[in-house]
Write a protein that binds this ligand. Structure first.
Ligand SMILES: NC(=O)c1ccc[n+]([C@@H]2O[C@H](COP(=O)([O-])OP(=O)(O)OC[C@H]3O[C@@H](n4cnc5c(N)ncnc54)[C@H](O)[C@@H]3O)[C@@H](O)[C@H]2O)c1
Length: 336
């Protein structure tokens, strides 16, 4: 039985918690034993917040040992796996510390605040032989897995163009401090940058227009062109300043030589050029569930992970850093 500790019990902590409970109930040989959050007393009675609803607002945490201090938890608990759902600046040092202690780690995206830290995490995982996976959850999101399969098996030919988008209202608390979250460009837009990286490899160059709307929050509205040798026209946009009743949305449209895929309002429509269009049948499970399941199954089987590896997440952060350099110079074309 693998013992798991969860560090961070905010929005993503709640989301991960639900999935550990579900996976254990489904028979996976894991046990969540401890949860740590600075604000655990307050949070155990409160809702999760965030863009995507968790199943419940308030949970019964009586089966778990609760901590408000990470060192205290590590002193008292013998665990195999730690799941980190803390604010981004806390990811790198803690991940390296846990790997050095011989633990496997699942760490939320963005992997770190800077790519140098991300590489330090990847190198520590390599040296210690422990599993480190980064929660770039879109790689496990059914509509994006479908797209990945189409790109890989070439059923509609090569990609000629694509557009990726995500938007939301203003995020809460520390996200609006750009020195902590990196702004929308590093925190939210990174999902689509990572998807483009995952689908097509690193672009040669990028050009980004972005603006800061909320003072101090970094780039919170962003549009990037990704340039590849074959000339495909790829753009990703993100904006976390959509107020009023906007809510949250993520979409894409990808054009292949032989058809196009359009993901909108949680529905994926496939439009082959010379056949009737259809709605793709997708797993109803969220990417978060599929991601955590894959991570745990890999550890149980003693197999290395090949999706969301830290080296790949570090590469995505390098793309974002090139985008920021470009945005700082009014859209200059930057090498990645
Ligand atoms: N994969 C996704 O779709 C997704 C979505 C949202 C957030 N995230 C990422 O997850 C991470 C956390 O985001 P969130 O939305 O859950 O934030 P959050 O603010 O809701 O939760 C963070 C929690 O960490 C706790 N915390 C802070 N410092 C601590 C410390 N030293 N020790 C113990 N607890 C501490 C806070 O009290 C808070 O409860 C971020 O890196 C964010 O980018 C990923």
């Amino acid at each position: 039985m693998l013992k798991v500790a969860l560090i961070g019990f905010g929005f993503m902590g709640h989301m991960h918690f639900e999935n550990y409970v579900r996976l254990a109930a489904e028979g996976m040989p894991i046990q969540l034993v401890a949860i740590c959050d600075l604000r655990i007393e307050e949070l155990k009675k409160a809702g999760a917040g965030g863009n995507i609803a968790t199943d419940q607002d308030v949970y019964d945490l009586s089966p778990y040992r609760l901590y408000d201090n990470i060192d205290k938890m590590l002193e008292n608990e013998q665990v195999d796996i730690v799941d980190i759902t803390l604010p981004t600046p806390l990811h790198a040092d803690l991940t390296c510390h846990l790997l050095e202690r011989g633990l496997h780690v699942l760490c939320e995206k963005p992997v770190a605040s800077h790519s140098a830290d991300a590489w330090r995490m990847a190198n520590t995982a390599e040296r210690t032989g422990r599993t480190l996976m980064i929660g770039q959850c879109l790689r496990f999101w059914p509509a994006y897995e479908y797209l990945k399969a189409c790109v890989e098996d070439g059923r509609y030919g090569a990609v000629t163009a694509g557009y990726f988008y995500r938007g939301s209202g203003l995020p809460s608390e520390w996200f609006l401090d750009g020195s902590k979250s990196g702004g929308c460009i590093t925190d939210m837009h990174i999902h689509d940058a990572d998807m483009i990286h995952w689908l097509f490899g690193k672009p040669d160059r990028v050009s980004t227009l972005a603006r800061n709307v909320i003072p101090g929050s970094g780039y919170d509205t962003v549009s990037t062109h990704y340039m590849y040798e074959d000339g495909k026209v790829l753009n990703a946009q993100a904006d976390w300043t959509l107020q009023g009743d906007y809510g949250f949305s993520m979409t894409y449209r990808v054009n292949f030589e032989g058809g196009n895929l359009v993901f909108e309002n949680n529905v994926l429509k496939v439009n082959p050029n010379h056949a009737p269009g259809f709605i793709a049948e997708l797993s109803p499970d969220m990417g978060y569930y599929r991601e955590i399941k894959y991570f745990l199954e890999s550890i149980i089987a003693g197999k290395p992970v090949s999706v969301c590896m830290p080296e790949s997440a570090a590469g995505t952060l390098e793309i974002i850093e090139a985008e920021i350099r470009s945005a700082d110079h009014a859209g200059s074309i930057e090498k990645v």
